[in-house]
Design a protein around this ligand. Structure first.
Ligand code: PLP
Length: 391
């Protein structure tokens, strides 16, 4: 059975063009870019080219890119590298665990952290950020697009607030890159995280943009790579693939492919709302990236629905892959005001470059009956509003 993969916010398949670019760097082009001989210098040239390609996607200088192992490391480096005990950090309730758990660590080492909430559309209110600023606020970290709902955050306004308050501003753009234009100048951020495997590049590569003059302290100690800000021999095949993926993502912003994805997403949502009772789109009223749809199916347990769809060859998810297996409802949806029950019955469908309209049509043809069967097999007690799912 061919899999219809609709979990592209968890990870994306590496595109053939990306794999092709990477392959030589596993074999004949194996040199260490820090070596002076020709073998090393050839990979150094590839490293430089990838840095230019990543910088082009973000509208920054190549020298402002630090290659990392992915989004988690970029987020950690941005926070841990900028903040010291006694500092105050402002973040939001809907960040990825790479931010939230790093903030927990910061609290343990004597930092203060304020988590601003979101409105029912899933957006941070800039005024709340402004009000949260204290004399010892050192960093604001608010994501650009949410991983579960795709809701875009008002990062440009927050960038202005940070500037006025003379506070550093980091944004996690892992789920925004390739889906909307990302310009560090327009956002006015000092630090920005992206990850290769969310844009059809390989897993294990990413970058942190660090504006010139931003004093980020390395979290690893060792060699002089990445201007000593991220020591360690570079993951050259990964970085080459990442560079190529950024070039493709950049082209995708203007070649109409995102518009197709948006149309398919809208088609899916319209069909669900029309054909399946007691459903709704989380974050529907807010600006969203084109590829993400988060839908609640009342009285159908989300995890059971993921499994039932998987049995029918469709890959979707309840939310962040890193928190899957948590029986907990999504804290992101709860922050938007959803009940625990509705949050548990919500599913995320995320479309990527390798999907086709047929994939969406297949999902639309399977979903109503799957939800109906699941609801039927659940004992729903309307008095207590509790759902007990059997099996
Ligand atoms: C918003 C966001 N930030 C950070 C990450 C972590 O990225 P990585 O998997 O590359 O460590 C993810 C991954 O799901 C994400 O969605």
């Amino acid at each position: 059975m061919a899999i219809v993969y609709l979990d592209n916010n968890a990870t994306t398949p590496v595109l053939p063009e990306v794999l092709e670019a990477m392959l030589p760097y596993f074999s004949e082009q194996f040199g260490n870019p820090s070596s002076l001989h020709a073998c090393g210098q050839r990979t150094l040239a590839a490293l430089k080219q990838s840095r230019i390609s990543v910088a082009a996607l973000l509208g920054c200088r190549a020298t402002e890119i630090i290659f990392t192992s992915g989004g988690t490391e970029g987020d950690n480096l941005a926070l841990l590298g900028m903040v010291a005990p006694g500092d105050h950090v402002i973040t939001s309730a809907i960040e990825h665990s790479a931010i939230l758990k790093t903030c927990l660590y910061l609290q343990r080492i004597g930092c203060q952290v304020t988590h601003v909430g979101v409105n029912s559309g899933g957006q941070v209110e800039p005024d709340e950020v402004r009000r949260a600023v204290r004399p010892n606020t050192n960093l604001i970290s608010i994501m650009m697009a949410n991983n579960e709902t795709g809701v875009l955050q008002p990062v440009e306004e927050i960038g202005r607030i940070a500037k006025e308050a003379d506070v550093w501003f980091h944004t996690d753009a892992v789920q925004a890159a390739g889906k909307v234009p990302v310009s560090v100048e327009q956002i006015g951020c000092d630090l920005l995280t992206i990850s290769a495997h969310k844009i059809h590049g390989p897993q294990g590569a990413g970058a942190l943009y660090v504006r010139r003059g931003t004093p980020v302290h390395p979290q690893f100690h060792g060699g002089n790579q990445e201007n000593s800000r991220r020591p360690g021999t570079e993951n050259i095949p990964g970085i080459v693939g990442f560079g190529r993926a950024c070039e493709i993502a950049g082209r995708g912003l203007t070649d109409g492919s995102l518009e197709h994805i948006r149309l398919w997403r809208d088609k899916l949502e319209a069909a669900v709302l029309q054909q399946i009772p007691e459903t709704g789109v989380n974050g529907a009223g807010a600006p969203r990236v084109a590829n993400t749809s988060n839908i609640y199916f009342d009285h159908a347990g989300g995890d059971s629905l993921v499994v039932a769809l998987d049995e029918r060859g469709i890959a979707a998810s309840r939310g962040a892959a890193c928190t899957n297996g948590d029986a907990e409802p999504s804290s992101i949806l709860m922050a938007m005001g959803l009940s625990g029950e509705r949050s548990r019955s919500s599913l995320r469908f995320s479309i990527g470059k390798t999907n086709t309209e047929q994939d969406i049509d297949h999902l639309i043809s399977v979903l109503p009956e799957t939800v109906r069967q699941l609801r039927e097999s659940s004992a729903f007690d309307p008095a207590s509003q509790k759902v007990v799912t059997h099996g």
